[in-house]
Design a binder for this molecule. Structure first.
Ligand SMILES: Cc1cc2nc3c(=O)[nH]c(=O)nc-3n(C[C@H](O)[C@H](O)[C@H](O)COP(=O)(O)O)c2cc1C
Length: 229
């Protein structure tokens, strides 16, 4: 089977993270079709290490209330350490991404309260009807994290093709105790990220955020001989 590569490239180009959702849930058949498509993701020795718990309304709101309470009241303690220092060029990319989001939301650089409220919106799950919490057996080591990334990319692509909006979220992994108390997550698993899913609310200013990418030559180099030749 072939698909027009220009259409696929246009689909990839059109995907963006959504940070404000309408309450409408995804139909159960569509949710199943989405996760079934991502199930085809390749993984090292086909171990298929993604472990995913998906919430549906009204429970998603209950979980998000618990996450907001945890974020307001306690220090983050993710299973997997969050990065602290970003050397260049990553720092520049990170600042540009934050700048695009805060500009879209109308939050000034020195508006600490505005930034705090924007951060809390992560834990309100951007009002999404669903969140998928993704974990992996910690005994598998770093290559299983690569497998999770591949799975995530395929899931986001399939979601875009189905008109389903999403935002991957490391932030929700910052409060694993809440997630473990409420969800069937094995003690041998580490929680890596969440993904909010649903349909974008076009009236939410954050949804006008658009991020850029470096020219491909900054990341990918084609070589035709050994270094120094
Ligand atoms: C692993 C991962 C974790 C992320 N965590 C968050 C998050 O906690 N909150 C958030 O608003 N966006 C999060 N994002 C979304 C990124 O900020 C977003 O993908 C990036 O800025 C590029 O923008 P785009 O997705 O609109 O192309 C995450 C993305 C990935 C892949």
């Amino acid at each position: 089977m072939t698909i027009d590569p220009r259409e696929l490239a246009a689909l990839l180009e059109s995907r963006r993270s959504v940070r404000g959702f309408r309450p409408d849930p995804i139909a159960p058949d569509d949710l199943t079709a989405l996760f079934t498509a991502a199930q085809r993701a390749p993984s090292w020795c086909n171990i298929q290490p993604w472990r995913v718990v998906v919430t549906a309304p009204p429970y998603t709101q209950e979980l998000s209330a618990a996450l907001v309470a945890a974020a307001r009241g306690g220090f983050p303690g993710p299973d997997l350490a969050f990065p602290i220092d970003y050397p260049q060029p990553y720092l520049e990319h990170r600042r540009a991404c934050g700048g695009a989001l805060y500009t879209a939301m109308g939050i000034a650089r020195d508006d600490k309260m505005g930034r705090y409220d924007a951060w809390l919106r992560n834990y309100a799950l951007f009002d999404a009807p669903h969140v998928a919490i993704v974990s992996v057996d910690k005994r598998l080591g770093p290559y299983a994290l690569v497998d999770l990334g591949v799975w995530l990319g395929m899931l986001l692509t399939q979601a875009t093709a189905m008109g389903i909006d999403a935002c991957p979220m490391a932030s929700v992994a910052a409060y694993p105790k809440v997630l473990r108390q409420q969800l069937p997550i094995a003690e041998t698993d580490q929680i890596v990220f969440g993904i909010v899913l649903g349909y974008a609310d076009p009236d939410v200013p954050a949804n006008t955020t658009r991020t850029t990418r470096a020219p491909v030559g900054d990341n990918v180099v084609v070589v035709t001989g050994p270094k120094g030749s």
